[in-house]
Write a protein that binds this ligand. Sequence first.
Ligand code: PEP
Length: 257
Amino acid sequence: MARRPMMAANWKMNKLLREARDYVEQLLPLIEGSEGVDVAIFAPFTCLPEVVRMTRDTPVVAGAQNFYYEDSGAFTGEVSAPMLLDVGAGAVIVGHSERREIFGETDALVAHKTVRAISAGLLPVVCVGETKEERDAGKMWDKVSAQVRAVFEQLDASKISGEDVIFAYEPVWAIGTGETATPEDAQDAIGRIRDLLGEISGEEFAGEVCILYGGSIKPENVDDIMAQRDVDGGLVGGASLEAESFAELVNGAAKGG
Ligand code: PEP
C-alpha cells in the first residue's frame, strides 16, 4: 500500500491556550485543499484538549509530545496513555532528542514507551538521530541503527503492521539550529532506516512505515526534502509555530514536495 505523506507540527514548550486556539483557527482554512497529506499537531499537554476539540471532524490529528508507559500511580509530573486517550489524543512523540538529551531518556525507555503507545492505540512517532560529534566521527549509522534496533528489542513487529508506528530521523545538529541536512543526507539515513526495518521486520512492514525527516525544515527547503524517495514527510519545530508557515509546509507536501 502506498504511504501517505505527513506533516507534523511539534510546538515543544510553546503556546498559551489562547495562542493555540488562534493558531488552529487560522490553520484549518489554509490547509483545506491538502486532503492527500496526514497532518498532526503535537501540542503541550495544557493545550491538547483544546486542539482535540478544534480539530474534531477535520483531517488533523492532535497528539502529545511525551507520556509515561505506566497507566497510573506514583509518577509525579507524568501523563499516561489512558490520560492521553481520555482527552482524545491520537498520537504521541516518543524519544525526541530533547527528551533523550535534557531529560536523560534511554533507548530502553523509548522502546518501552513505543510498545505502550501502540498497545494503547496511540500512534507513536519515534525519533532517532545522531549528534554533530557522532556525525563528524563517521558514527551516524552506528548511532541511528542502534536506536532503531533498541525499539525492536521490546517491540514484536510480527504483531503489528507498519502503519502502527512512525519513525522520524532527526539529526540532533539540525534541530532548531537552522542547519538542515542536505536532501541527500536525509535520503541516505532514511533509506538505511527503511532497509534496516526490512531486515528486522520484513519487506512488507518496511514498505508500510512512514519515516519523517526533522531538523530545520522550512518552506524554502521542504520541496527538496519531500522529493526524496524514502522521505515521507516532516516533523517540524520552529517553522510550525506560525500557522501560515506550517500551512505552507502542509501544502508543499500535498503537491508531492
Ligand atoms: C523538532 O523539534 O522535532 C524539530 C525538527 O525542530 P526544528 O524544526 O525547529 O529544527
